[in-house]
Every structure is written in C-alpha cells, then in structure tokens.
Design a protein around this ligand. Sequence first.
Ligand code: NAG
Ligand code: NAG
Ligand code: NAG
Ligand code: NAG
Ligand code: NAG
Length: 949
Amino acid sequence: MDQRNTMVLLLLLLLFQVLFIAAQNSNQDFTALSSLTEFWENKPPNWVGTDPCGGSWDGIGCTKSRVTAIQLSSMNLKGSLTDDIGRLTELRTLDLSFNKGMSGRIPAEIGNLRNLQTLSLVGCDFFGPIPDSLGALNQLTFLALNLNRLSGPIPRTFGNLSNVDWLDISENQIEGPIPISDEQGPGLDMLLKTEHFHFGGNLLSGQVQPKLFSSNMILKHLLLDNNNLSGSIPDTIGLVKTLTAIRYDHNNMTGEVPSSIRNLTKLTDLNLGNNNLNGSMPDLTELNSLATVDLSNNSFNSSSIPSWASSLPYLTTLTLENTGLQGKIPTSLFSQPNIETVILRNNQLNGTLDVSNYTPNLALVDLGANKITDFVQKSQKITLNITLVGNPICLETGAGSQSYCINSQNSITYSTVPNNCIPPPCSSDMVSSPNCKCAFPYTGVLTSRVLGFSNFGNISYFKDLEHGLLATFQSHGLPVDSVSLNNPFWNSSSGYFRLDLKVFPSQSDRFNRTGVVSISFVLSNQIYEAPEFFNPYYFSSSSSYDFSAEASSSSKINKGIIAGAVAAGVVILVLSIFVIFVIRQKKITKAFDPFANWEQNNSSGSAPHIKGARWFSFEELKKYTNNFPDANAIGVGGYGKVYQAVLPSGELVAIKRASQESMQGAVEFKTEIELLSRVHHKNLVGLVGFCYDKGEQMLVYEYVPNGTIMDSLSGKSGIRMNWIRRLKVAVGAARGLAYLHELADPPIIHRDIKSSNILLDDHLNAKVADFGLSKLKDSDRGHITTQVKGTLGYMDPEYYMTQQLTEKSDVYSFGVTMLELVTARKPIEQGKFIVREVLGIMDRSKELYNLHALIDPMIKQEGNPKGLEKFVDLALKCVNDHAEDRPTMADVVKEIENILQLAGFNPNAESTSTSEAYENASGGKIFHLDIDKDFSYTSVFPPVKVEPQ
Ligand SMILES: *[C@@H]1O[C@H](CO)[C@@H](O)[C@H](O)[C@H]1NC(C)=O
Ligand SMILES: *[C@@H]1O[C@H](CO)[C@@H](O)[C@H](O)[C@H]1NC(C)=O
Ligand SMILES: *[C@@H]1O[C@H](CO)[C@@H](O)[C@H](O)[C@H]1NC(C)=O
Ligand SMILES: *[C@@H]1O[C@H](CO)[C@@H](O)[C@H](O)[C@H]1NC(C)=O
Ligand SMILES: *[C@@H]1O[C@H](CO)[C@@H](O)[C@H](O)[C@H]1NC(C)=O
C-alpha cells in the first residue's frame, strides 16, 4: 500500500510538472483557487497541476484563461469559504449547493466578485450573518442561500441587487424586518427585476411596510410563510399585479385582508392561513386563476360559505378550517370542474351534506367538527374520502360504523413503476432504474413550496413531473437514462410537499462528477421549469454520491486482479510520462547543453570551473557523505534530500541532491550555480561547489547548523528567539536581500522568501537560502515576465496578477515573514491569512496595537517588546497590495536598524553582550550561549566581491 501511495505520488508529481510546463499561460486564478480550497476535503481528484483552465478540472469553467465558474454542487465537500474567494474576480457562477460539510461564515470578500451572476449556496451549513457586501453584486440574477443556518437581518444592501430575479433566503434563521429604502439606505422595494421573494421559514418580524410593494415590481412569488411577521397585510400588495403565489401563512398577521387583493387576477395560490386576521372573509370573486386557497385558522367574522368558493374555475384545493363559517353547504362546492380537496373542519356548518353530484377529481371532503346532521351521496360505492367525525350525524347510534365517521386523509402513495420490464436483482448499493438497469442513481428531494394540487391519487401529476425532468436533462445533453419519483409527503404544518427523486445514468452505471454537477445545477438553478402546480420548487440532494469506481460492488472480480491492473496501469503511465520527459529533456539537452563542453573537458582531465564554485565528482561526494545514508539527511523536500558532509579540509557542508523527478533542466541548473557562485554576503548561504555528473545534480553549500527560522518559531529546532533576536534575524535577512537586489550584478530577485528559507548559523545570524527559483533581473525592462512561482501565503498578489516580477515581490514575502516573526504563525493557518488577521484586529490607539491575541506568547512573556508596533507598521508597508507603495529592501534594512536602536541595541556595532537562552529540543535542557561575537559592520552592506561574468 505504501509503495502504491509512493507510486501515485510520484505519478502526481510528474503529472504536475508536465502540466506546469504545458500551462504556458499560467493561470492567475490558480493561487486564489488553491488557497481557497487548501483545506477542503473531497475536492475533485483531477484538480492537479497549476492550470484550472486546462479543461481537466471538474467543476471549473473558464473564459480566456480566467476562472469564471465554480460548480461543485453535491460533491460532499467539507470546508469553509475563506476570503480568498474574493480574488476570483472573474467569477460569474458560484454553485456550492448541497455540500453539508461546507460551513462557517460567508466572507465579506464575496462582495468583490463584481461579475457574479449566479450564487447558489443552497443546502450547506453556512451560519452567521449575510454579509452586507453581497449587495454590491449588481450583476447577480440568481441568489439562493436557502437551507443554511444564516442569521442576522436581511441586509439593506440587497436593495442594490438591481438585476436579481431569484432571491431565496428561505429556511434559515434570518431575523428582523424586511428592509425598505429610506434615508438610511436602500431596501427591497427597489428590486424591480425580482420575480421571487422566497423568505419563508425564518424569524422575520415586524410589519411589512406598504412601501415594499409598488406597481413597478414584477414579483411572481411572495413567500413570507413561517416567520414572526405582524401587523396587517399592506394594501399596496394589490399593486403588484404580476403576483401568482402569495404565502403569508404561519405568521402573526392581524387586521383585515386588504380588498386590493381582488386586483391580483393572476394569482393561482393564496395562503393566508394560521394568522390572526379578522374582519370579513376576503372576497376572491374575480380571481379566476386561483388553484389553491387556504385561509384557515384566522378570526374572520362569522359568515356563510362565500360564493366564490363554488365559482372559481381552476380551484383544486379549498382550505377554510376554523374560519367562522356557518349555515348550509352548497352542493355546487363539489361540482366545480377541478376541485380535489375541500377542508372545512372546525366550523359551524349545519344542515345536510349533499355530495350526490361531485367531479371525478374530488378526493377528500373534510367536514370534521361541524354541525352536520344528514348526509346524501350518490351511491354506497363512494370513491372519495369524506370525514364527518365530530358532527351530530356521527353521534347517532350505529353511525360509528359508517366510513365517513372515521377520520380519513388523502392517501399519498406514488412510486414510479418499471417501463414494461422486470427489474433485475441488483447488488446492495445499486438500484434498478425504470428501464430495469442496475445503476447508482443520483438522489435528492424535490420540494414544492406552493403545491397546486391535492389529489395525490392522480398519477398524471407525477407523470408530468417525470417527463418534464427527463426531457430537461436530455435536452441539455446530460447522460440521463431515466428518473423515478417516490415517497411523496405532504407536511401540513409547513405547507411543503416533498418527493424523492432518483436520476439514473445512461452511459455507465454511475455518473462522473461533471454529470452530478450538471444535473444538480439544472435542478438547483431552476433550469428545469416545473409545471405550474409544482412551482416554486427547490431541490436538495440527499446524500453524498459515490463516485469511486473501486467501491463498485461488482467485486466478484478478484481484488488482486484489480490491484494488478491498477499497478500495471500506473507503471505504463509512469513509463510513458517518463519517456515524454526523457524526449523533452533530450531535446533541450541537445539544443543547449551548457555542460556539453564541461563533460568533455572533464573526461580529458580538466575540471570545469565556474569562478568561486568548485566542481565535485559524484564519487567524491558519495565518499564525503558515506554513500548518502538516509540517517545523514538533514532535510527532505520536494526537490530531494539534503545531506550533511565533511570535506577533507574539515569544512562542514550541506549537499542538496535533487531527486530524479525534480532535476532541473541543465540550463536552469547552470544558472543556479552561476548565480550562487557570484554572490557573497554574510547573510546569504554561500555556495561551495556543485556536482553535475552521472546523471546527478547536486549543490554543495556551506553548512548552516541551526535550522530555519520557521523551525525556530514552530519550536521544532529548539532554538528560542527572543524579541531582540528576532529583530536581528530580520535585519540580517533584510540585508541579504537588499544585497541581492541592489549590489549583486546583475541584480537578483529571490522569488521564494519565506521563514523556511532563512537559516540560522551558529551565531544565530540569518542566512537567506535557496536560490532555486531565482531569476536574473532584466535591467532594461525593469521587471521579468515569468511563470508564477513561489510559496502560497508569501506570494505578492500583484505578481500573480500581472506575472511581472520585481524586487517588490520579495519585499512582500519579506513582510509576511516579519509578521511570522511577531506571531510565530504560519502565513496561512486554518484558512486564515496572517496579513488579514493582523489588519482585522489591529487598533493603533491601543497598547501593542491590540495584537495581544496574535503576538507569539514567547515574546509577550518578555513584557515590553520594544519597537514591536513600528515593526508591525513596517511589515504592513511591505505587504501593501500595490508594489510601488512598498519600501525597498534598503529602506526596510534602515527601518529595522532604527527599531533595534530604539530597543537599545546598536545595530551596526552589535557589540552588546547578550546571552540568549536556547533550548535543546530533544533534551529540553537550556543552554546559555554567548552569541555576540566581536564582529562589526562597517556599512549597511559589507564589502562585496562580485566576480566579473
Ligand atoms: C401576535 O400579535 C399580537 C398583537 O399584535 C401580540 O399580542 C402577540 O403576542 C403576538 N403573538 C406572537 C406569538 O408573537
Ligand atoms: C385595482 O387596480 C386599479 C387600476 O388598475 C385601481 O384603480 C384600483 O384602485 C385597484 N383596486 C384596489 C382595491 O386596489
Ligand atoms: C344553521 O345555522 C344557521 C346560522 O347559525 C341558522 O340560522 C340555522 O337555523 C341553522 N339551521 C339548522 C337546520 O339548524
Ligand atoms: C381515505 O382515507 C383512508 C384513511 O386515511 C386511506 O387509507 C385511504 O387510502 C383514503 N382514500 C383515498 C381515495 O384517498
Ligand atoms: C463524464 O461523463 C460525461 C458523460 O457521460 C462524458 O462526456 C465525460 O467525458 C466524462 N468526464 C470524464 C472526466 O470522464
């Protein structure tokens, strides 16, 4: 298993490199995407390489090499949305719906995505307030945040979403009133392009202001159900003539239903149930489109059954439970052409119930708890359910045995049946499709918030849904074989109707990620247009889909064979990639092998020579390291291993031996050697020599014994740095860098400054290491256009935006490193970026800038870390977003020197004798070491010998 992992790793590494090279247009969104998703679980496995726009990344869509769509619905993702999202500025679609493991707050930076048109976070686990910044997304047309745990108010700024059509925040814990525009800012009355206000299932309260509604609006669905709204229904609602569905039910509305509601002639569904409405029962006479009416549980004045109840041509469901009805029941109530359900429970209706003439669609008549004394029906063979429980007629002797004296309901059973085929037996996880093929369906739940029918025995409704769904999937080219619907459930307390949906794959027995994302998108983004009786609906995927082929239960095949086949596949892949690599390397080598001469020279006895760097043979280094034993490895990294060795002269060296995979091209290798051999500075790790022999690439450095400052800050190396030491380390590293930028000839940009590239020598002086990524500066153009390299968290944002490298990119990385020195935190920890963390809590009016929570406790122990504020100021200048506003490294050196002086040290004489504690990690023993030797600087930059080229 271990071996296989290594293999796969190797393969990935190779692939990575291949793709890296292939992606000539290195993608500027890659870094944002990688830091955004760094801690996410269950990312698509084909997210390899550095080019999300290469076409192979599942769920990523691009336009002109910029990421414009992230569609990762139902991927079982776990993680959070960090502020890195704000860097993907070209995004148009962001759909993370149905990932229950996506949690945390929605970051304000989402407001930077000014091009966003679709934002769907349905069915995740986001909590906390909706950021005001969302209101800045004025390109947004589809905003769905429903089914999370969001709290706080509806941001006023939503009033600025001038293009939004679908606004769904249902089923969260949103509280407070519905904001309208006033002198304090915008409000939802400004949303003149919105068709959907879906606010149900929250904690909204207060009055709905008349100003919310106007005749300029085009609202179709106004869903305010299941909140704590109070006051009366504003009569301005009658101005919004486009309305087709109103749900005001399950609130605490009082007052009369405004008569203006009679102007809403397009209304198909009206639910005002479960409030405290009073006055007379509303007159709905002209509302001839109505299909469902629910006015239950209000305090209307007593009245007889209104005439409209018997005259609305499309009415399917009439629910007037506990509404003060009295008198007789008109027979016409049951003969309307489309009526399916009549619920008139808990009223004072009396006389005879006559259902001798009813339409075939009628399924339920519930007249429980009234005063009915008689019952007339056409025949004894009655096909509808009638309930008269709690009426005088059921109290007569012997009546108890009558079916109408037993409580009954609409039976809700439906299950898609096979299409003229016999379902085969399927192994445990698989399901037989309607076309009788065993497969792994994508499953979820369809919920209608305003159901327009109630005869659940009428399967034509379900067939209609099935056909529409299948047709939509297939017309969008999705590999869907069939769909099935099961387990319908009517939740009478919320008024929501749900139904299980299974979507079966057509091309194989399971969907790949693209398939699932697309199906889910069709459902969650309302691309499937449900029939009127089911609208508005929403979809929610139920469980995580199993994408893995290995988990396939067709495990009758011997596991060994599979393993063998996989291994063989891996070997073939590795080999083919290797071949490609070799060919590529050969090409380069043939074209410009810079060592070609050297090798010949060498065989003829004269060692190649680069000024200042010695040439070592492989045999020599093998001998000095005692054959590269793993025990002598003092470091391991992506590039290979670093060994400690002793030269015959007694000099300690560190040998960096590149692994086969990380070999540089000969050109790059030579560049590195030339670079390193030319620079000499006490704060730069010196190159002793190199080896380019027997297919090996090794660099021999001076040995720097005390590890990296990252090791020290993390406690790994046991070297404990107090505040003054940190200042000295900072000034040392800064001097090294300033030298590279300003005194090396040609100037050198390091490109990978970070705490793990700054070493500590035996006097705990900083030495900047690893010039592997360095590039000479092209002095004519002032910058280098190059593929973005570097380390996440340290990378200059301007550099990866423009790919133009300048010295200021190093300044940025150095600023991040300075913050590390203050906080002992990694630049990105748990998805949080140190720069933003500092800026977030910093308060210049408070002691230590209010950074107590972030400052390394080890420094705080010292009491008063002198100059810390100035140091933080400087660090923040270095990480300024705009390169031109950052100081130069020479400025940085000067400023840290000033801070050292403030702290009582002469940075240029460094003669004060301090003993600093440092701890041996293994033994936990504390040594006191006098680290201040008597060297002194004569200038900021010590005299330097630069070899002529
Ligand atoms: C409903 O409103 C009435 C009057 O406005 C108030 O007295 C009552 O407490 C409210 N009920 C709830 C549950 O908020
Ligand atoms: C209905 O609309 C008309 C104009 O279309 C308007 O004059 C009338 O006042 C409205 N009725 C109510 C009750 O709002
Ligand atoms: C039915 O109720 C109405 C109103 O309460 C009443 O006037 C009428 O007499 C009742 N009819 C019968 C038969 O009880
Ligand atoms: C009538 O109600 C009973 C009891 O709820 C139920 O079992 C039966 O299926 C219903 N019949 C129809 C036609 O809905
Ligand atoms: C995913 O499935 C679709 C349709 O079956 C197919 O066209 C596509 O190539 C598949 N993608 C991958 C990465 O296999």
